[in-house]
Ligand binder design. Structure first.
Ligand SMILES: [Ca+2]
Length: 308
């Protein structure tokens, strides 16, 4: 185990989304993170629903003390798409969540600047679970502040694995290819968590019941039941892999790859391509899938065991 001994200060950039929700629940429950706030981005659903879902999820966990800041409503240069069929009309598969107990105040990028400037350089990590629009705006408009990010762990892209939007393109990067390009070229302490590993962290229906021993685990089990829909033998946990890498990096194996992002207008926009002139990027290419599911279960259930 290589878990940090003190909670790591993190900001979660997110577009919930069912697998975002599992990732956020884990982050709140596992005791390894001090979650400074959630910044929202248009992705699985539009920015208002993404923000509302974040607030409702925090309300369900009695964690409305965690601030939510509304982020980018559109990709940097492209028309946004409403792909609500992925996670149901509200982006959460119709999950029953309480009304928000707080409001989203201010906007995401300005708040990120405040947080990063007021903390020691390198002491705040960003866990990015959606299109990279907010992070690209931070890099583009405030590069010196972006350089103060500790670790930036990003779910996105597909290297050797087929895409989930196009034959080679993954959803988060395909939604805003230019943002992905800006972030990959920013020379930050970036680790990429692509489909090559997230498709191998799969939960089975028979495992859902084992999550039910804490409030976070109960809600996670409800979410996963919706995520399965009907008749699927297993489901990949894309976004939770970001949190699991942050806590248990030993579950993953990294390669350093030189990569570029396809920013054409073609059907593979957003696809990652190996490119000799591309920036060197740390990429998780292999994972202990069953170990990752066990780490998820352990983290979700921690709150019950320690009564915190
Ligand atoms: Ca997401």
């Amino acid at each position: 185990m290589s878990a940090p001994t003190t909670p790591r200060r993190v900001i979660i950039d997110t577009d919930p989304g069912l697998d975002d929700a599992v990732a956020i629940l884990y982050a709140l429950a596992c005791g390894q993170f001090e979650v400074l706030g959630l910044t929202t981005v248009a992705g699985n659903i539009g920015i208002e629903a993404s923000t509302s879902n974040s607030l409702r999820l925090l309300a369900a966990m009695a964690r409305s003390d965690v601030p939510v800041r509304r982020g980018a409503a559109q990709p940097l240069c492209r028309a946004g798409e409403e792909l609500i069929s992925i996670h149901g009309e509200d982006g959460m598969g119709g999950l029953a969540l309480p009304a928000p107990q707080a409001e989203a105040r201010g906007e995401a990028v300005g708040w990120l600047v405040e947080q990063l400037q007021s903390a020691p350089a390198g002491s705040v990590d960003i866990l990015a679970l959606g299109p990279l629009t907010n992070i690209a705006l931070l890099v583009r408009d405030h590069p010196a502040v972006a350089a103060r990010i500790g670790r930036l762990i990003v779910m996105g892209g597909a290297v050797d694995e087929p895409g989930n939007i196009g034959a080679r393109s993954e959803y988060n990067f395909a939604t805003d290819p230019e943002a992905a390009q800006i972030v990959l070229e920013a020379r930050l302490d970036l680790t990429l968590i692509p489909l090559d590993v997230t498709r191998r962290v799969r939960v089975l229906p028979a495992q859902i019941a084992s999550l039910r021993s804490s409030p976070a685990g109960d809600l996670c089990a409800e979410i996963l039941a919706l995520y399965f829909g009907s008749g699927r033998a297993s489901r990949p946990l894309h976004d939770p892999c970001v949190m699991l890498f942050a806590v248990e990096p030993g579950l993953f194996s990294l390669d350093t790859l030189r990569l570029a992002v396809d920013v054409s207008d073609g059907p593979e926009a957003g696809a990652l391509v190996r490119h000799a002139d591309g920036p060197p990027i740390k990429v998780a290419m292999r994972v202990d899938g069953p170990g990752a599911i066990e780490a998820l279960r352990h983290g979700l259930n921690r709150a019950q065991r320690s009564s915190c």
